[in-house]
Design a protein around this ligand. Sequence first.
Ligand SMILES: *Cc1c(COP(=O)(O)O)cnc(C)c1O
Length: 443
Amino acid sequence: MNEKNLMSRRRFVAGASSMMLAGAAAGAVKPLSSPAPKLAIDGGEKAVKSSPSPLVRWGEPERERLEAMLQQNSLFYWKGPQTELLIERFREICPMKYVATCSSGTAAIHIAVAAAGIGLGDEVITSPVTDIGTVIGILYQQAVPVFADLEPNTYNLDVADVERRITPRTKAIVPVHLSGNPCDMYAIKALADRHKLIVIEDSCQAWGARYRGQPIGTVGDFTCFSLQNSKQVTCGDGGVVGSNDERFGPLIQKLNTKGCDRANRQGFQTTMFSTNYRMSEPQAAVAAAQLGRLESIVSQRARLGNLLSEKIADIPGIRPHQVHPEDRATYYFYMFRMQPEAFRVDRAKFVKALVLEGASVGAGYIRVPIYREPPFQKHDFFAGRWPVKEMGLTTMDFTKHRCPEAEAILETGIKVTIHEAMTEEYILGVAAAIRKVAQNYAV
Ligand SMILES: *Cc1c(COP(=O)(O)O)cnc(C)c1O
C-alpha cells in the first residue's frame, strides 16, 4: 500500500468512526500495511495529523460566581454562599450526608484519617503508585503506611495482596482510584468488613467516575477529592471530604477548622486538636462553577479514553488501560503498558518515536513507587526522625519493601494525555501512532 492510500484510509477511519459502534470499528484499524510505514523519527510522515485543540478551562460560569462573591462582605467559608453552593453541587455528584470543604486533597485525606481515629503505630494499607498526598496525613497521624501491590492493567490495589498485608495493627485501607479508574470497591469493602477496617477512598483523580453505575466514593466510609489544578475540575487548590457515617461526619466538620464545632456554634473554641485546612470563598466560587461543568468534561474524557483502548486492544505487545465494563473511568490520564520482550527498543526510544509521530505521551507516571522516595528510604519524616519506629511500634523498613507489579507498571507504562478539548480524530491519530511505532519496533 503506498503512502497516498494509507492517508486516505486513515482519513476514512477518522471520518467514519463517529458513526460506528464500538465493535464495528475495531476491524477498520487492523495493521495498515507490511512492511510497516516509515516512522516520523526516521523521516516518515507523522501519524497524528491533527493537533489537540487548546483546553479552555474557565469562562462565564466562573466569572459569574466570582462576581457574586465580590458582592459579599465576608470571604470566610462558614455559611458562605459560594461554599454552600459548592457543597450542594458536590452532593448532587456524590450523595454524602456530611461534607467538608478543605484546602487540598492531601488535607481531605488527613481529615478522614484523623476522623477515623487512626493514630500512633496503626497501619494503613494503600497503593504505592499515587500522589504523595495519599500518605502525608497517615504519617502526620503517626500511623504507618503499608504499600500493597497492584493489578497489572488497572493499576489499582490487588485485593489479594492487600489481604496478605493485614496485621493486628491494620486499621484502614485507602484505595486510590488511579487516573479516575474505579478500584474493585465491593471486594475491598468485603475484606475490610471481615477484618473490621475503615475504608477511605482516595477519589482525588476520580471526579465523575462511576463504580458499577454508582457515583465514585460511595462504598467506603469516607471519600476524598482534590481540586488541585491538574485534576478534571479545579479551583487552583482545594479539596472535599465526605462521609455518610454518623460517627465520623461531625468530626470531619471540625477537623478542617482548628477543631472548632461550628455546627454547634462553638466557633471560638477548640473542641479537639487539629490544624487549619479551610477553603475560602474565592476558591469555593470557582470550584462550584467547575462542578457545574463536570459532566461535560468527564463524559468526553471517558469517551476518548475508551476509544483509545478499543483502537489499540489488538496491537501485539501493547496492553491497554483496563477498566471494568460496568464502570466509568474519567481518565485523569490514560496509561498503556508495553511488554518489553515484544520490542527491540526500550521504553525511552518507544516514547520518543511516539512524540515525533505527534502524540502527547510520556514515560510512566511517578518516577518510582512512593516507598522508594528519599524520606521513606531514610525514615526521616519528622526533623530527621520517625518516632513510631524509634518507639518500637513498627518494624516497617521501607528499604526492604517490595511491590513487584507496581514497579513493573512504572517501568513499562506509557502515559497518554487525555483532556476534554481533544477530538476523536486526534485520539484515532494517537492510536495509529502507537500501532505504527509498535509495528516498526516489534521483535
Ligand atoms: C492530587 C492527588 C492527591 C493530593 O491532592 P492535592 O490537592 O494535590 O493535595 C492525593 N491523591 C491522589 C491520587 C491525587 O491525584
